[in-house]
Design a protein around this ligand. Structure first.
Ligand code: B12
Ligand code: SF4
Ligand code: SF4
Length: 313
């Protein structure tokens, strides 16, 4: 049953468009202590939700009662389209280029996978998560053999690079487990550490999120400290620099998900368009996309910084 269930689950995951799938036992992740130290250092900034639930990261049983196994899934969003930097335009991180919010799309697919799993045996309880549950997704992805956690903190897979989302299914039964990924293919490279414009890496594999453009432009709600304005350059939403420079991303396999293909209006996003949208227009344009997360005020705050940076060039 265990081997059979694991195999059929992996085939179904592939059929539903997940490019990567691996399984590991539900354990206390090796990164749990690291997470505590990271929070003690205050690196999470305004991401209070990480601090509030820190104890729950101790074991997946806090996400699904009786959890015995974690199925880690990866879905590429890599379109192969080059990022465009242009006067009057703001750059948007590639993960947010498409017409849909990845949470919605992945949750839909997870729902189908969950139904499939539950149909195998009435005793099976399962829960699907993406992003928001207290689960160190990259740590579990490494344990499930998907790749290594690199110097830029991303989970890198040899075939897909780091241009993919992670998601998980937690189940109350044993599965056939993959070998944890034990190698580190960064070697002597330091391209990501050297390229970060705001010096967000305190050491390889450890980031002070308060200095990361992705945090500043998406998660940080108050005003952005002027010391980071010039480093933000023309990044309007998120940042891809430490992934763009990574050699493992040069030949990464492409996505098969049509919804993740770029909306040309987002690469780059015209600042004039942003400044001219009223509340209703903003809602219509961004409601279903990841950019909705900052709300209009956040995106306008970022747009003003980009505009000032371009005026100073
Ligand atoms: C909070 C968060 C952020 C924060 C903090 C990022 C960070 N590096 O911690 C901010 C807002 C900055 C951010 C940015 C981005 N994010 Co984010 N983020 C998350 C989230 C919700 C939690 C991550 C977390 O817990 N961080 C806390 C730290 C402590 O964890 P960590 O980096 O994983 O640290 C590990 C290492 O320290 C390691 N470790 C263990 N032992 C040791 C020992 C030593 C000595 C060291 C050095 C390290 C180490 O274990 C720790 C725990 O796993 C996850 C989803 C999830 N639930 O996991 C998505 C997630 C990590 N983000 C994702 C993405 C796509 C991004 C962006 C690319 C978006 C963008 N383009 O703007 C950037 C990438 C920036 C970067 N280089 O990381 C993806 C990553 C997919 C992948 N292939 O890796 C995730 C998994 C979301 C998803 N479901 O797909 N993110
Ligand atoms: S996403 Fe950008 S700002 Fe954040 S660590 Fe990477 S290069 Fe630095
Ligand atoms: S740029 Fe180099 S050091 Fe950074 S993640 Fe990629 S391979 Fe590792």
């Amino acid at each position: 049953m265990t081997a059979e269930l694991t195999q059929s689950l992996k085939i179904e995951a592939k059929r539903l468009g997940f490019d990567l799938c691996g399984c590991c036992p539900a354990v206390t992740p090796t990164g749990f202590t690291e997470l505590k130290q990271w929070l003690d250092a205050g690196f999470e900034g305004e991401m209070q939700y990480l601090r509030d639930r820190q104890d729950a990261y101790e074991h997946p049983k806090h996400v699904l009662d009786g959890c015995r196994s974690v199925v880690m899934l990866g879905m590429s969003y890599h379109s192969g389209v080059e990022q465009v930097s242009q006067p009057g335009g703001g750059r948007v991180a590639k993960y947010a280029w498409g017409k849909v919010d990845y949470h919605d799309l992945i949750h839909d697919r997870l729902k189908k996978l969950l139904t499939f799993v539950r149909n195998q045996d009435s005793e099976i309880r399962a829960r699907g998560v993406v992003d928001t549950a207290p689960l160190l997704e990259r740590d579990f992805a490494r344990l499930a053999g998907l790749g290594w956690q690199a110097k830029n903190t991303m989970l890198i897979n040899r075939e897909y690079g780091s241009w993919f989302f992670l998601a998980a299914i937690l189940v109350n039964v044993d599965l056939e487990y993959d070998q944890p990924f034990t190698q580190d293919h960064c070697g002597t490279c330091t391209a990501c550490l050297d390229a970060c414009p705001t010096d967000a890496f305190v050491e390889p594999g450890r980031m002070d999120a308060r200095r990361c453009i992705s945090y500043l432009t998406i998660e940080h709600r108050s005003e952005i400290d002027p010391q980071f304005h010039s480093g933000i350059g023309d990044w309007l939403f998120g940042c891809d620099i430490c992934q763009d420079v990574c050699p493992w991303n040069k030949k990464a396999a492409l996505t098969s998900v049509e919804e993740f293909l770029p909306d040309p209006r987002n690469n780059p996003l015209k600042l004039d368009e942003l400044f001219s949208l009223d509340e209703q227009g903003f809602r219509e344009r961004f409601r279903k996309t990841p950019l909705w997360r900052t709300k209009q005020a956040g995106l306008l705050r970022n747009a003003k910084i980009v505009r000032d940076n371009q005026a100073n060039d």
